[in-house]
Design a protein around this ligand. Sequence first.
Ligand SMILES: [Fe+2]
Ligand SMILES: [Fe+2]
Length: 195
Amino acid sequence: MAHATLKIIRDEHAALAAMLRSVLLLLAQYRRHAETPDFALLRAMLFYIDEFPERLHHPKESTLLFPKLRLRSNQVAAVLDRLDREHEQGESQIRNVERALLGFEIVGESRRAAFEETLQRYVDFYLAHMRTEELEVLPLAERVLTEQDWAELDAEFSLNRDPLTGHEPDAQYRALFSRIVCLTPAPIGLGPARS
Ligand SMILES: [Fe+2]
Ligand SMILES: [Fe+2]
């Protein structure tokens, strides 16, 4: 049976991966055209990552899904330990990216490469993290969790949905999402496609 929790996690991963790739794409465009970035847009995109995946998605995995899995199986204990550590590092990693962006904005061109490298490392880190969850953790969860586990998880995971997975954003986030969607190229947004 397909469980809501699994779909929500996979959809949220897809939204985060698309957002991370969109930031890289934008940066590559800015570099090719030797342009000064739209810093407000980049800040909005990083704010989204901080506000949704960092504060909602990863904590739900660490506090709800992983403990249930640890109870049912010791097969992936070491992997879960590593993923938990990565969730803890997420906060300081996004701060590093935001700080590098601030350096680029305030100091200028000499900080472009440092920002690009910091962001690339962050994107690589999160794509690898999500790949491990999808390839090792979710398939095990499908095998070992009980119907009662799934019912509890589905109720919790259905709260606080990420607006980039097709859910209407709260009023407080509407301006943020329309800004991101209007200015960012596909796949996240409707902004102009450029070479
Ligand atoms: Fe995670
Ligand atoms: Fe995840």
